[in-house]
Design a protein around this ligand. Structure first.
Ligand SMILES: *Cc1c(COP(=O)(O)O)cnc(C)c1O
Length: 392
């Protein structure tokens, strides 16, 4: 009981700081509109960017896989072996991103945790962008390598840190998001590649939000900019509409990860149902140029209209639009107001983003109709004056 009381007190502290989370419960499938407590709302907070999460061909592949290969994978692949679905998906995804090999993980979180922990350790150094996703940060922590955080998107600062700390390290790894998940900006991957080469460091690029959206055939930021990092992390729960992740790279790197990544070795292999679903999503993603164009058009329309209304939204080419508010409570109030007006957007607070930079994070989908986007703009317009009164 005493322990429970201590935690209840910590929970009250979260509430008081405006940091307690209360996720909404939705009915039915993910899509451009959602049903929540009997209401239809426009969903502007999903990473289901291409609208594939409930695509009939993907659903059918999952159903068929369940019937033919079952639902469970039995155990870790080091115990019960690799199923055909795993091997076929690894071949397909490595080919997609132009790497020699790939290894599947159950989630992107597990992929980053495992890859970094496997490849660097005591005596090594990791160089990490200040706005990297939590899974990359946690991978650095788990690895026990020395971690040096460079200023967001700043190759000059990275170079300084490499000059100061690379010589003492046995191995070095640079890790970055390609399209930053909460800001929608792109990493300077060409400069990072040059620095990695000059300082004899590996480069890991997490393409979670770019895969399926940016680059030729949706192959990501690296493909778009002609960069071949040592490792590409791709996730399947976003544009691919399913779940899981892969780490792609050379044969040696991938084989080493299979041997040493704890989140791979000590975790049950991904379900063949999800792996077959992701495999069915791949050709759809590849051929989704129309959806990609539509998605970025929606984002551009939304961004321009919100700037016009006086909201603090950067002018970037991205399907991720931050609407900077700053204060935690004000962010959540705006989110609730918009929900009351039929638009579901999520407030993002610390520790997900730096203190004082709470924001709404808007993510349209390719399957929204222009009318959905305009409804969202209308809801923002109705909320804008209140926002001024609140002391902007
Ligand atoms: C979502 C995300 C992950 C985690 O992927 P999951 O499959 O959701 O666990 C990793 N990296 C980045 C940059 C992400 O945005």
């Amino acid at each position: 009981m005493a322990f429970d009381n201590q935690i209840a007190e910590a929970l009250r502290a979260l509430e008081a700081a405006g940091l307690r989370r209360h996720p909404r419960q939705i009915q039915g499938a993910q899509g451009p509109e959602l049903e929540i407590d009997g209401r239809r709302v426009v969903c502007l907070c999903s990473n289901n960017y291409l609208g594939l999460a409930s695509h009939p061909a993907i659903v059918q592949a999952a159903v068929q896989a369940a019937q033919e290969e079952g639902v469970g994978s039995g155990a870790s692949r080091l115990i019960t072996g690799t199923m055909d679905a795993h091997a076929q998906a690894e071949a397909a995804f490595s080919e997609f991103v132009g790497a020699a090999e790939a290894v599947l993980f159950s989630t992107g979180y597990a992929a980053n945790l495992g890859a970094i922990q496997a490849l660097v350790g005591d005596g090594d150094a990791v160089f990490s962008d200040a706005l990297n996703h939590a899974s990359l940060i946690d991978g650095c922590r788990l690895s026990r390598a020395r971690t040096y955080v460079y200023r967001h998107g700043d190759p000059g600062h990275l170079e300084e840190l490499l000059q100061a700390h690379r010589p003492q390290a046995r191995r070095a790894l640079i890790a970055t998001d390609s399209l930053f998940s909460m800001d929608g900006v792109t990493a300077p991957v060409q400069e990072l590649e040059r620095l990695a080469r000059n300082f004899d460091a590996g480069l890991l690029v997490d393409e979670a939000h770019a895969l399926g959206v940016l680059g030729p055939m949706g192959r990501g930021v690296c493909a778009e900019q002609g960069v071949a990092p040592d490792l590409i992390v791709g996730t399947l729960g976003k544009s691919f509409g399913t779940a899981g992740a892969f780490v792609a790279g050379s044969g040696a790197l991938v084989d080493f990860i299979r041997n040493r990544a704890r989140s791979y070795v000590y975790s049950t292999a991904p379900s063949p149902v999800l792996v077959r679903a992701a495999l069915a999503a791949l050709p759809l993603v590849r051929d989704a140029d129309d959806r990609r164009t539509q998605l970025l058009l929606h984002a551009a329309r939304l961004g321009a209209a919100l700037r016009e209304l006086g909201f603090d939204v950067p002018d970037i080419r991205s399907q991720i639009l931050p609407v900077f508010v700053g204060d935690n409570d004000r962010t959540m109030r705006l989110s609730h107001e918009l929900f009351e007006r039929g638009v579901f957007v999520q407030g993002i607070r610390p520790p997900t983003v730096p203190v004082g930079t709470a924001r709404l994070r808007l993510t349209p989908m390719a399957t929204h109709r222009t009318e959905h986007i305009d409804r969202a703009i209308g809801a923002f317009a109705a909320s804008a004056p209140k926002r001024e009164e609140a002391g902007t």
